[in-house]
Design a protein around this ligand. Structure first.
Ligand code: CUA
Length: 324
C-alpha cells in the first residue's frame, strides 16, 4: 500500500522507552524508573523471607500446635512505617515537580495553535501559515520552548509525541495546552491516542526538529509558498492530505461520494432537491458541508473552513474538475 503514514517509523527504538528528545523526558522517565526499581527490589525483599518462612515454620508433625508469640520489634515497626513514608515523599516530590514542569510552559514560549479533526492534525504557525493533513511533517526549532494551544473540531482526540513524553486530550469547545522544548534534531511521530472513529489509527503526523536557523528559513519559504496561483497539481496534494480518507477518485464509494466525474453532475440531496455540482456548490460543501448533503450519504463531513486556505480550496476544486 503506498501510504506514507504506514511508512512512518515507530518510536520504539529502545526496549522500554522511545528515544528521548525533549526537556520533559526526566519529568516522566525518572519517576518511572524509580518506581520500577523500587518494585523490583521490594518484590525480592518480600518473596525471599516468605520462601524462607515457609520452610522454617512448616508444621513438622500432624499434631504440632502453633506457638503463642506476643512480643514485637519496635525497630522493625518504625522501619516499615518510616521508610515507605520517605519513599512515597520522594515519589510525590518527583511527581509533583514533574507535573508542574510538564504543564507550565516558560513565559517566552512560542505559541502554536493545534487543531484536531477526523483524522488529521493542523498547526497554525506564528508566521501566519497553516499546515495540516494526514501524515504531515511539522518542522520545529530545537532548543526553543513551544506552547501548543489545542482544540478539536469534532470529537475527542489526544495529541501524543512519545519521544517528547507529552500527551494531552484535544477537546471540542475547549482549549487545552501542552508545551515542549526539543533537545535533539530528528523526526518524531505524533499519534492520536483517543479513539476517534474509523481512521483513528491513521491520525498521524511527524515533528521534524531542525536548528533554529533552518527553521527560520523553512518558515519563510513555507509562508511564501502558500501564496501563488491555484493549480490542479496543488489540489492533488491537498486531496491526498485532507480528502482521501472519505472520497475516492476512481468511483469507489467511501464515507462520501467519489470525486470521479463529480464536477458538472446533477446530485440529489436529502429532501429530494437536485443541485448541479458547480464551483459554488463545491466551495459550499467544503466550508459548510451540512448545508447540502447528498442523498444516501451520512452527514459526516466536518467543515474545512479554517484548515484550508482559499488557495487550497480553489486548487482542490481544479483537481476535482480534472477527474472526468
Ligand atoms: Cu483522533 Cu484518535
Amino acid at each position: 500500500m503506498e501510504n506514507k503514514i504506514l511508512e512512518m517509523q515507530l518510536p520504539m527504538d529502545g526496549v522500554w522507552m522511545p528515544k528521548a528528545a525533549s526537556v520533559a523526558v526526566p519529568s516522566v522517565d525518572d519517576p518511572f524508573w524509580l518506581i520500577f526499581w523500587a518494585c523490583v527490589i521490594t518484590f525480592f525483599l518480600l518473596m525471599a523471607p516468605m520462601v524462607y518462612f515457609i520452610a522454617r515454620y512448616k508444621r513438622k508433625t500432624p499434631d504440632q500446635k502453633a506457638e503463642s508469640q506476643v512480643d514485637h520489634s519496635q525497630v522493625l515497626e518504625i522501619a516499615w512505617s518510616a521508610l515507605p513514608l520517605v519513599f512515597f515523599g520522594v515519589v510525590f516530590y518527583m511527581g509533583f515537580t514533574g507535573y508542574l514542569n510538564l504543564t507550565v510552559p516558560p513565559a517566552n514560549a512560542v505559541e502554536v495553535r493545534v487543531t484536531g479533526q477526523k483524522w488529521f492534525w493542523s498547526l497554525d504557525y506564528p508566521q501566519g501559515f497553516t499546515l495540516g493533513g494526514a501524515g504531515e511533517t511539522f518542522v520545529m526549532p530545537e532548543n526553543t520552548p513551544i506552547k501548543l494551544v489545542m482544540s478539536s473540531k469534532d470529537v475527542l482526540h489526544s495529541f501524543y509525541v512519545p519521544n517528547f513524553r507529552i500527551k494531552q486530550d484535544v477537546i471540542p469547545g475547549r482549549y487545552t495546552t501542552l508545551w515542549f522544548q526539543a533537545t535533539e534534531k530528528g523526526e518524531y511521530p505524533i499519534f492520536c491516542t483517543e479513539y476517534c472513529g474509523k481512521d483513528h489509527s491513521m491520525m498521524l503526523g511527524k515533528i521534524k526538529v531542525v536548528s533554529q536557523e533552518e527553521y527560520q528559513k523553512w518558515a519563510q519559504a513555507t509562508a511564501d509558498a502558500q501564496g501563488g496561483e491555484p493549480t490542479a497539481d496543488k489540489g492533488k496534494v491537498v486531496y491526498e492530505k485532507y480528502c482521501k480518507a472519505c472520497h475516492t477518485t476512481d468511483g469507489t464509494r467511501l464515507v462520501g461520494p467519489s470525486f470521479k466525474g463529480l464536477a458538472g453532475r446533477q446530485e440529489e440531496l436529502t429532501g429530494g432537491t437536485k443541485v448541479e455540482v458547480n464551483k459554488e456548490y463545491l466551495v459550499e460543501s467544503i466550508v459548510n458541508p451540512m448545508a447540502k448533503v447528498v442523498n444516501g450519504y451520512p452527514p459526516a463531513m466536518p467543515s474545512f473552513k479554517d484548515s484550508l486556505k482559499t488557495n487550497d480550496i480553489d486548487s482542490v476544486i481544479l483537481y476535482i474538475e480534472s477527474l472526468k
